[in-house]
Design a protein around this ligand. Sequence first.
Ligand code: DX5
Ligand code: ZN
Length: 226
Amino acid sequence: MVCYHAGMKHVMVAPSILAVWDRTNGDYAACVTAAQAVEKAGADWLHVDVMDGQYVPAKTFGPEMVEKLKGAVKLPLDIHLMVNAPERVIADYIAAGADRVVFHPSASDDVGGCLQKLVETGVVAGLAIDADENVLLLAPWVDVVQQVLVMTVKAGAGGQGLRDDLLAKVAGVRALVGKDVPLVVDGGVKVDNAARVVSAGADVLVAGSAVFNAPDVGAVIGQLRV
Ligand code: DX5
Ligand code: ZN
């Protein structure tokens, strides 16, 4: 998953389409166009933030966004479910074309069932830890989980500032899940803090506002891969 060239770690960048959704007040066509632009600019994955207005106060979009993006780009679609009871909706995201799905174990009474459904259908099965949650929430699932996302802001909104104090959790997660599980860091990642996030152990950087609010998305994607 993580590539090394001449000893340098190749960090992956996953732009978050939430920044475009927010900026355009929910314009699907603008999101599709922006997704195509970051694909062309060399993004590795596209991060898609689903919020249900319950697990987090804000509400974004549902599986229809995934369907539209699936038809428009070849980028792996990395779906971040910030929803209560993901077991009720996970099949809809699989059917819509998700390549990777990350959900919050604190939102589910059936974490094992959700992970199993993803694994069975060939979708990468991931878990997310919110800003003030303990990494030990992952402990029961270390043998099954295929991706972990560590929030460096409180889940629920783009454009917040990264909390440096949360970076220590990345190393804790690495120790818990082993070296082969990709670690994604999400929230407030910018060109000027990317090096710190990568040193903390991130394999994949999610970046919404840093990428999509920049005049040259390709330049920012390149600069994030420090
Ligand atoms: C926040 C989302 C993030 C968000 C990141 O709850 O999970 O993925 O889009 O946006 P920035 O990079 O602007 O913090
Ligand atoms: Zn996210």
